[in-house]
Write a protein that binds this ligand. Structure first.
Ligand SMILES: [Zn+2]
Length: 699
């Protein structure tokens, strides 16, 4: 497409969006001029968007993620002084050279992402380039207003934030580097141990144990159908009964004795359904998983692209605010824009005066709190999903539509329902039917929270009698569901494990290491995952303890808030950790589990053991060995492996393609290392095992 045409379109778009006109400038013209200032961002897509906004005074370049880190081939942490050795990440040398060359003699602004990792990247850059003072800028959205505001207000690098990130890095390194070799000594095919994902692995394993121990309870559903209402037995002799209280005897008695019922009462209540808060990272991941079927890694990759800017037929456009956040705050400008949009398109009754995510107070303390976190929302509410459809591909559009709708819904009024409860009586028994009829849609005009459809109420007369035929069905209680990616994220968040930037990595790490697999959207621990978890539970109970891990996250938050010293936090951790390490190093640990798998050659059961090539089955009676097939799933409870027999075991396990896709296209989820051919190693970045990996190979 010709440049001038692109520019025209772009100008047109900007006018439509009500922005001030951006100076148009031609690329060739630009390169002739000497740029005065250099801005360094993390990703090339972001660089492009910002350069377009700021015009010819600025050159915007990208560090392509992290540039410096703990060394890959050594530990890099002096455990006494907590002095850290950093090295340029292999493969990034030329990027660093290039950055040095371009910035030489220029004023530099560091504009990596606004979270802790971004702050750490800015600090590494400032150290390498030897720049000091107020050179750090951040923004929650890549819009002209936000970027120009940011450039006017550079600040110093926030060392508390950097230290919180360093502490996380060091803790992860210590756990990965020190535990993994012990793990390999015992379980040859284990990959490695990581800090936060080990706690997540235990949560997944425990759910599987709960399922194994679960004893289903039989009960009877008893109901009647009247005028299109399904009324369930809810009371006997004036007492409420739970479904599980109803046994066969009761069911039979009801069938025998109830032939007619009388409508005793209709209770009508008005209930409000409040709009949801706008998205934060965890809720976006959950909603995209349940509504769009996106794995969390895919959601984060697409969200990042929408944040940084996407090439569209109308130019390079950034669509949403920063996607790693746990704040539901909405900027005053965004709130006002949403109000205007709602008034114009839906009417006054759809406007929520006390919209979630905002507070009247905040509009007074109007702020230059430019690095304060914000919710995930569209940067321009006027780019509606319909409009975006012409600009984005299918998946990007789907996610944008979800974000747009959730945000606009969060600023809309509540939905209002009338709830009708009908009580039918017959002797000792009461049957109850309940329906909800929507009388005002409110935010549900654009967004639904659940799939409960609105039902129409029935005009029935109190005291009227009906002839009925009682129906019953035998049923049984079901074990707790396995985690899905969405429900795991919800649990991790509720338990305080991980932070917005880590949920996707935690899940991906467990999948990549083969400790967990995805089956029909659920996360199932493998036998290897159970064995690794068993070892960690026995030897490093703190590491897999969710309470301990949550405390650690709080400690990191306190470092960020300037309340604690990072070295003190790491030392406190080391003190306890070293005790476990000593014990683990010196005490013999055998993998020798009973199993319920019958030997093929005799009537005995195999044992689960570990050898040179990993886990295998051994029959102690006839001394035969057998490979442990990867399609065997089980639960290790106590000292025994119980094979899990699936109800529909014939069904081919769909080892989720999408999950795999997440790994291959990973480049952005684990962002910070977007240099090419780093994809496999990138993984080890956060879980920190690449060094330990090397150690393993040497053996
Ligand atoms: Zn045998």
């Amino acid at each position: 497409m010709a440049k001038s045409k692109t520019k025209d379109k772009r100008d047109e778009l900007e006018k439509q969006n009500g922005q001030q006109g951006v100076e148009g400038h031609d690329k060739n013209e630009e390169s002739k001029k000497e740029k005065k200032k250099v801005i360094i961002v993390e990703s090339p897509a972001k660089a492009k968007t910002i350069e377009r906004i700021l015009g010819s005074d600025y050159q915007v370049i990208s560090s392509k993620g992290h540039i410096r880190d703990l060394p890959q081939k050594q530990f890099g942490v002096d455990l006494d002084s907590l002095k850290l050795d950093f090295e340029i990440i292999p493969g990034k040398e030329s990027v660093v050279e290039q950055i040095k060359k371009i910035t030489s003699g220029k004023e530099v602004l560091l504009a990596s992402d606004q979270d802790r990792e971004g702050e750490a990247i800015a600090w590494h850059l400032s150290t390498i380039l030897g720049v000091k003072g107020k050179n750090r800028i951040t923004f929650t959205e890549i819009t002209e207003r936000a970027i120009k505001e940011a450039v006017k207000n550079p600040r110093e690098i926030d060392m508390n934030k950097v230290n919180a990130q360093l502490a996380r890095r060091v803790l992860d390194r210590i756990v990965g580097y020190m535990i993994s070799p012990l793990l390999w000594r015992i379980i040859k095919d284990a990959k490695s141990a990581g800090r936060v994902q080990s706690a997540a692995l235990k949560i997944i394993c425990e759910r599987e144990r709960e399922r194994l121990r679960f004893v289903p309870q039989k009960y009877f559903k008893v109901w009647i159908d009247i005028a299109g209402l399904k009324a369930y037995l809810t009371k006997i002799d004036g007492k409420k009964v739970k479904p599980t209280d109803i046994n066969e005897e009761i069911a039979k008695d009801v069938v025998k004795n109830v032939k007619k019922v009388r409508l005793a009462d209709i209770d009508i209540k008005e209930v409000k359904k409040n709009p949801p808060a706008p998205f934060i990272t965890s809720t976006l991941q959950q909603d995209a998983a349940s509504k769009l079927g996106f794995p969390v890694s895919k959601t984060m990759r697409i969200a990042q692209e929408l944040y940084e800017g996407v090439d569209t037929k109308e130019g390079h456009i950034a669509f949403i605010t920063y996607m790693r956040t746990d704040s539901t705050r909405v900027s005053d400008e965004a709130k006002e824009a949403a109000e205007v949009f709602i008034l114009k398109n839906f009417g006054k009754e759809y406007l929520n005066e006390s919209a979630s995510g905002t507070s009247k107070k905040s509009s007074k303390t109007k702020g230059k709190i430019q690095d304060a976190h914000e919710c995930i929302r569209p940067v321009d509410i006027n780019i509606t999903p319909e409009k975006a459809k012409e600009l984005l591909d299918k998946d990007h559009h789907k996610l944008y539509e979800l974000i747009w709708k959730r945000f606009i819904a969060s600023q809309m009024s509540s939905a209002v329902y009338k709830q009708y409860s009908y009580d039918f009586e017959s002797g000792r028994y009461v049957f109850e039917a309940s329906i909800r009829e929507r009388i005002f849609d409110g935010f549900e005009k654009v967004y639904t929270l659940d799939n409960e459809p609105s039902e129409e109420h029935k005009e029935l007369k109190v005291n009227e009698e009906y002839s009925v035929e009682v129906k019953t069905a035998e049923s049984q209680t079901t074990p707790p569901d396995r985690y899905t990616e969405a429900s795991l994220v919800k649990t991790l968040e509720a338990e305080g494990i991980g932070r917005p930037s880590t949920y996707a990595t935690i899940i991906q790490t467990l999948l990549d290491r083969g400790y967990v697999v995805k089956r029909r959207k659920t996360l199932v621990p493998t036998v290897l995952g159970f064995v690794v978890n068993h070892y960690l539970e026995q030897r490093f109970p703190d590491i897999v303890d969710k309470g301990f891990t949550a405390e650690m996250e709080k400690d990191l938050d306190e470092i960020e808030n300037g309340k604690r010293d990072w070295k003190e936090v790491v030392r406190a951790f080391l003190k306890e950790f070293n005790k476990d390490m000593e014990k683990a190093k010196n005490e013999f640990f055998a993998i020798d589990f009973d199993t319920d798998i019958q030997c093929e050659d005799c009537s005995g059961n195999y044992k689960l053991k570990v050898g040179k090539f990993g886990l295998y089955l051994h029959c102690p009676h006839c001394k035969t060995n057998k490979a442990l097939k990867p399609d065997i799933f089980g639960v290790i409870d106590g000292n025994k492996l119980y094979v899990v027999k699936e109800q529909n075991s014939n069904e081919q396990d769909e080892l989720e393609q999408e999950g795999q896709e997440g790994t291959n296209k990973e480049s952005n989820t684990q962002r910070k290392n977007s240099s090419s051919n780093y994809s496999k190693k990138r993984f080890y970045k956060k879980g920190q095992t690449s060094n330990s990996k090397t150690t393993k190979k040497k053996k």
